[in-house]
Design a protein. Structure first.
Length: 359
């Protein structure tokens, strides 16, 4: 019989070994976490590892005025993380339509990816990007405040008030509240340029100190800075209104926003929330609501179109919109005939107030 060559036997043995290894690999479970990661997919989260704490629901940032129109961002949060970002206001008309359609989706994606306002501006959309990032930051501030309140009233919360337009430029206040007291106040926007620089540098530090000392918005105007002081107080009050019930609420209640706001206990505790000012064809509309037990108990327009024909339309339509908001308990209310723009702005501001209230 012909003997097998030693080299041939070695080749056959090696082939058999390789075949065995291939067979074993083919039997490896498809659900192996390592293979999922190699494919660029995150492995399934283990039970009980979902993000703990944090705010859930929709949070709407403040509307930011830009060279080409307002930008306002709304976030959907889950477990303290951004799951969706959208611009509820963005520049429109003419060339702005094209820029908005191109840049906003990219900004939305960047916000979700970064989980912060530290995102890059979109090339060719500098103003829109800047406004987007500011509104996004204010939404995150509100989410942080709401999340902090849920963990106990002793935790510090950062609350950014609405930007208030004055004769010489916008004023916007940010406060830190801990244990129901204002521990820090700062103006993130104030009039600037020319004479305004001197007035701002002189008055704002005094207003900041007064806010911390008073613990509310009932502070005196600084002499020689009447417009800045008035805007500061309005923005400060709107910041305090955003303090969720049970967290920093002491400061908001001290400011005199509704007697008995803290009289109730638990879910029945009343809370005053001011919506973002919505720009309309004839002027801004801004709504403030009182919520108790999950229901709107009072609605009022703190800003509405005025001057000329607008005075008559506002006096006729706003009371009806207020009543409709209380009756419906949400922003799904009918527009008042003859007040289309005012109605649309009212509903938009009302929705932002409800977002802040968690409803």
């Amino acid at each position: 019989m012909r003997k097998s060559h030693p080299v041939r036997r070695a080749v056959l043995a090696g082939a058999a070994t390789v075949s065995g290894i291939v067979l074993l690999l083919s039997m490896k479970p498809a659900s192996d976490p390592g293979s999922a990661q190699a494919a660029g997919q995150a492995p399934p989260a283990a039970a009980g590892q979902a993000p703990q704490g944090g705010v859930n629901g929709a949070v709407t940032g403040d509307a930011q005025q830009t060279e080409y129109g307002p930008v306002q961002v709304r976030l959907t949060m889950s477990g303290g993380k951004i799951t969706q970002a959208e611009a509820v206001q963005a520049p429109k008309g003419g060339r702005s339509d094209q820029i908005t359609a191109s840049s906003v989706p990219r900004l939305n994606q960047a916000a979700v990816a970064a989980q912060s306002a530290e995102i890059d501006a979109v090339s060719g959309a500098t103003y829109t990007s800047a406004g987007y990032k500011k509104s996004l930051q204010s939404a995150l501030d509100k989410a942080k405040a709401a999340g902090g309140a849920a963990q106990g009233s002793g935790n510090a919360q950062t609350l950014t008030g609405d930007a208030v337009q004055t004769e010489y430029g916008p004023v916007q206040v940010r406060v830190t509240v801990a244990g129901g007291k204002i521990t820090k106040a700062e103006a993130v926007q104030a009039p600037k340029g020319g004479r305004s620089d001197q007035i701002t540098s002189s008055s704002v530090p005094r207003l900041n100190q007064a806010a911390v000392a008073a613990g509310n918005a009932q502070i005196d105007a600084v002499s020689g800075a009447t417009y800045t002081s008035a805007g500061y107080k309005k923005s400060l009050q709107s910041a305090l209104d955003k303090a969720p019930a049970g967290g920093g609420g002491g400061a908001a209640q001290d400011s005199g926003q509704g007697a008995g706001a803290g009289a109730g206990a638990g879910g029945a505790q009343a809370k005053t929330v001011t919506g973002t000012a919505a720009q309309t064809q004839y002027g801004p509309v801004q709504v403030r609501i009182t919520v108790a037990g999950g229901k709107i108990t009072k609605a009022e327009a703190v800003q509405a179109p005025k001057g000329g024909r607008s005075d008559q339309i506002t006096s006729s339509s706003v009371p009806r919109l207020n009543q409709a908001a209380v009756a419906a308990g949400n922003a799904q209310i009918d527009a008042v005939s003859g007040a289309t723009y005012t109605s649309a702005g009212y509903k938009q501001s009302l929705q932002s107030a409800l977002d802040q209230a968690g409803g």
